[in-house]
Design a protein around this ligand. Structure first.
Ligand SMILES: Cc1cc2nc3c(=O)[nH]c(=O)nc-3n(C[C@H](O)[C@H](O)[C@H](O)COP(=O)(O)OP(=O)(O)OC[C@H]3O[C@@H](n4cnc5c(N)ncnc54)[C@H](O)[C@@H]3O)c2cc1C
Length: 346
């Protein structure tokens, strides 16, 4: 396997559970998406607050899977939480109220819309999205990579460019031969000879890690255009942007300025900026993941295209990928790489 981000973590976890032998190659490349991500699973999406694709299946599966992995690693990884949607404009409030009245399984109107005023500045009330989830991704990456290393299953490679098939042998990488290789290499797949024709749509995102001087704000996910949520070590994560036109994966002064201004307008507490993160989400034009086996090279697999929803997609689709090793039709047709057979047969 190539890559130990969110996709690689889940593929290797399910391989381990199934007792299938494997090795993971990982470069720890700057620009990887998972270490920067906030870890939110939101059951509703978009301005119209529609239910997220496959939410009823993906969300319970993901919560169970992260909780089980957490038990195995000895730390809590997944938290069920409320998403507090502070309305930035009257039309947002109207849409929320109409949708909540339908009724919606995920939208609730709070008993007292003023109860967050000791901490937050908002003028048009708020709605509650519930259940949402927050996953402690850095703990997951650290814990799972520690587990792989302890079992001699993780190989550190120092340069992504060096991890390329040797000669005509597609299943020989970095001096290691395998029966099959599954690429979980995030945005780097968009540049690779094997998968470059897939309709990737890479999306840059940035975030600030901050400490609040009054840290009594109740733990929840707060949205008001941008998002604010608890992070590790008493920090809060504040982001993000969705930039499809970018020249690098580096933090920008413009984002920092905009986010500082937003935080000053939203929080009553003063705050200190601890870090500024940026990376590239491996999104797809159709907003559906790329899961499955290369039509021309059936020994080469891909788990990618997780985009803005990797936290909920990865456990479920990595599980389908591993199931596909022993049975046909294991992969949902909307996600299956087979839909790009013609494109990948060039
Ligand atoms: C600011 C931001 C916020 C986000 N917030 C959320 C969120 O709240 N919820 C959500 O669902 N999603 C979120 N995402 C998206 C989420 O991060 C991605 O969907 C997911 O992390 C992608 O995982 P991945 O494993 O495909 O890619 P990556 O995490 O990029 O992992 C790819 C890995 O492959 C390794 N690699 C690459 N090439 C090689 C090679 N040749 N050899 C060996 N290793 C290699 C890299 O080092 C890397 O570790 C966010 C993203 C960003 C940027």
């Amino acid at each position: 396997m190539v890559g130990a981000g969110l996709a690689g973590t889940w593929v290797s976890y399910w391989l381990w559970q199934a007792g299938i032998p494997f090795l993971v190659l990982e470069t720890q490349s700057p620009g990887a998406s998972t270490p920067v991500a906030s870890g939110v699973i939101n059951p509703v999406t978009g301005r119209r607050l529609g239910t997220t694709w496959m939410a009823d299946t993906l969300l319970p599966f993901a919560y169970q899977a992260y909780s089980d992995m957490g038990k195995m690693l000895g730390q809590e990884l997944a938290f069920q939480t409320q998403i507090i949607d502070c309305f930035g404009a009257p039309d947002k409030r109207l849409v929320f109220m109409q949708k909540a009245a339908e009724p919606s399984p995920y939208l609730q109107i709070p008993a007292d819309e003023n109860d967050l005023r000791p901490w937050l500045q908002y003028h048009m009330g708020y709605g509650i999205v519930s259940p949402g989830y927050r996953v402690h991704l850095t703990a997951m990456l650290g814990g799972w990579q520690h587990f792989l290393r302890a079992n001699d299953l993780l190989i550190a490679v120092d340069d992504a460019q060096k991890v390329a098939p040797e000669g005509n042998n597609l299943t020989s990488l970095a001096g290691i031969s395998a029966e099959k290789i599954i690429y979980c290499n995030g945005k780097w797949a968009a540049e690779s000879g094997l998968f470059q024709y897939l309709p990737f749509s890479l999306i840059k995102g940035e975030a600030l890690l901050v400490r609040l001087n009054d840290n009594t704000l109740p733990a929840a996910i707060y949205k008001k255009g941008y998002t604010l949520l608890p992070w590790q070590d008493d920090m809060w994560w504040a982001g993000s942007t969705y930039d499809r036109n970018f020249s690098d994966a580096l933090p920008t002064a413009g984002f920092r300025q905009a986010m500082e201004q937003w935080l000053r307008g939203f929080l009553r507490s003063t705050f200190t900026i601890v870090d500024h993160l940026a990376s590239i989400r491996p999104g797809t034009v159709e907003r559906r993941p790329f899961i499955g086996w290369h039509p021309r090279h059936p020994q080469i697999g891909l788990v990618n295209g997780l985009g803005t929803k990797g936290v909920s997609l990865a456990p479920f689709f990595a599980h389908q990928m591993v199931a596909s090793l022993s049975g046909a039709n294991a992969i949902d047709a909307e996600a299956d790489l087979a839909r790009y057979s013609r494109l990948l047969s060039r």
